[in-house]
Write a protein that binds this ligand. Structure first.
Ligand code: ATP
Ligand code: MG
Length: 500
């Protein structure tokens, strides 16, 4: 046997080196090099995408949130027990997503779309990534249909349109969640899908909200996505995106969707926790620099699609909790600038019994007017200005003893208006109800009434039952002609005589 020359050996080695194929499979798995506080660093997963889901040996899922030169940072969607140095992890090549479908209506799910209401599994119609680019300008159309809250103080002065984003902002315990749940309750029979996303709320609060929705027959068309305060921060962080993915499924089917994010202050806090653990540098108020982008890319996804795309819409009601009414803090200013208006709730009003505690001066809706029905627009007329004048006059005339008749009348009218804007929970007023109240308020029917509140409900009850011609005309034409206004005024005057 001839000996192999050294030259040949070199060429064999060279060809082996050239032909050597890196084992691709190896890059699909990695090894944990650090685990703690729900954050895991993995070595060896070179091709992984930002936002991709990885699965650990024990079945717990994580999401890639940080890609560094020699390792990746990952947040865990479950307990980090059993995940330690040396634990293996595998790529899924799927970006984080949630199952979607009609089957989710009436259900309570966690931020990953898994049912947590103890009922049967959900039959899903598909899977959607939780992060999706917002529809482009061409794919949208202007907001033109109202998303009625059933709350007189909002629908009359700060109307919300389908596809709009209206912020609900106020200190703790000022009725923020109640505005959102009442709006959901008011969608009954209006062919609107509702999604309530709880972010970092107490489990007991979520249970109370679900019970409330059930009692009012609103769960049939509602999905509750719940991430409670005891859930890991990553679950709280993805919850609003998961809810939006579910909403988009319906929007792309041409449906109108209402989504509530309760609340984005806690969402920002959970993101801050994740970012600090991932060792990103903190910025203003210790929030990471991209927290504005975080909320804008979430809220941009609410829009009204063009007719070619089915005309579906997502209306968003994000909630922000302020500290001591400070709307100029970092997160509140961010979200105020992203949304199309805000309903500002005030502690002082709330505690003085003015509920819902809407601050008329600081609240605004920047697009809703376009979506208001003609009837509502004509009926609500000057009430915002009347109220503003009343509030000012009230302060100035506090210590004055002799007022002229005109001022007295204006004060009485303003006082009655304030009473009319008080509204108990889960008692929505339809558009026709509201128009009747507003027309009669402008007619100054309530100015000399002792118990405005009680009288108002008796009056509405009377109109609903006995003045069906008026109510039907309002519902059919959605307009308020001068004759109809006259009829309402006459019917109101007549009722007042019999009621007194
Ligand atoms: P938190 O800051 O704890 O989330 P919140 O601002 O969401 O509070 P809610 O939970 O909606 O406030 O309401 C606080 C309390 O006020 C509740 O007990 C609720 O029943 C009551 N409340 C809210 N709105 C009204 C209303 N219009 N009429 C009567 N009570 C109300
Ligand atoms: Mg709340």
């Amino acid at each position: 046997m001839a000996a192999i020359s050294s030259k040949e050996i070199i060429s064999i080695i060279k060809s082996q080196i050239n032909d050597y194929e890196f084992d691709k499979k190896d890059r699909e798995t990695g090894t944990v090099i650090y685990s703690g506080d729900g954050i895991v660093n993995i070595y060896g997963m070179d091709d992984v995408m930002y936002g991709e889901i990885v699965i650990f040996e024990n079945g717990v899922k994580g999401m890639v949130q940080d890609i560094r030169e020699d390792s990746i940072g990952c947040v865990l969607f479950g307990s980090d027990e059993g995940i330690r140095e040396g634990t293996h992890a595998r790529r899924t090549k799927k970006r984080a997503g949630v199952p979607v479908g009609e089957g989710f209506l009436g259900r309570i799910v966690n931020a990953l779309g898994e049912p947590i209401d103890g009922r049967e599994a959900v039959k899903e119609d598909g899977y959607r990534p939780i992060e999706e680019p917002a529809p482009g300008i061409i794919d949208r159309q202007p907001v033109a249909a109202p998303m009625e809250t059933g709350i007189l103080s909002i629908d009359s002065m700060f109307p919300i349109g389908r596809g709009q984003r209206e912020l609900i902002i106020g200190d703790r315990q000022t009725g923020k969640t109640s505005i959102a749940t009442d709006t959901i309750i008011n969608q009954k029979g209006k062919d609107v899908i509702c999604i309530y996303v709880a972010i970092g709320q107490k489990a007991s609060s979520v249970a109370r909200i679900v019970a409330d929705l059930k009692k009012n027959g609103a769960m049939d068309y509602t999905i509750v996505v719940s991430s409670t305060a005891s859930d890991p921060a990553p679950l709280q962080y993805v919850a609003p995106y998961s809810g939006t993915a579910m909403a988009e499924y319906f929007m792309h089917k041409g449906k109108d969707v209402l989504i509530v994010y309760d609340d984005l202050s806690k969402h920002a806090v959970s993101y801050r926790a994740i970012s600090l653990l991932l060792e990103r540098s903190p910025g203003r108020e210790a929030y990471p620099g991209d927290v504005f982008y975080l909320h804008s890319r979430l809220l941009e996804r609410s829009s009204r699609l063009s007719e070619e795309l089915g005309g579906g819409s997502i209306t968003a009601l994000p909630i922000i909790e302020t500290q001591d009414g400070d709307v100029s803090a970092y997160i509140p200013t961010n979200v105020i600038s992203i949304t199309d208006g805000q309903i500002f709730l005030e502690s002082d009003l709330f505690f003085s019994g003015q509920r819902p505690a809407v601050n008329v001066g600081l609240s605004v809706s920047r697009v809703g007017g376009a979506a208001q029905t003609k009837a509502m627009k004509k009926a609500s007329g000057s009430i915002r200005i009347d109220l503003a004048q009343y509030r000012e006059m009230e302060i100035f005339t506090q210590f004055a003893s002799d007022l002229d008749d005109n001022t007295k009348a204006q004060l009485a009218n303003g006082k009655a208006l304030m009473e009319l804007l008080k509204q108990p929970l889960s008692q929505p007023l339809s558009m026709a109800d509201q128009v009747v109240i507003l027309v009669l308020a402008t007619h100054r029917l309530f100015s000399d009434v002792e118990d405005v509140n009680g009288f108002r409900w008796r009056l509405i009850d009377h109109f609903r039952k006995n003045e069906t011609a008026i109510m039907n005309e309002l519902n059919d034409t959605k307009d308020l002609s001068d004759e109809l206004r006259k009829k309402i005024e006459e019917a109101g005057d007549k009722f007042k005589e019999t009621d007194m």
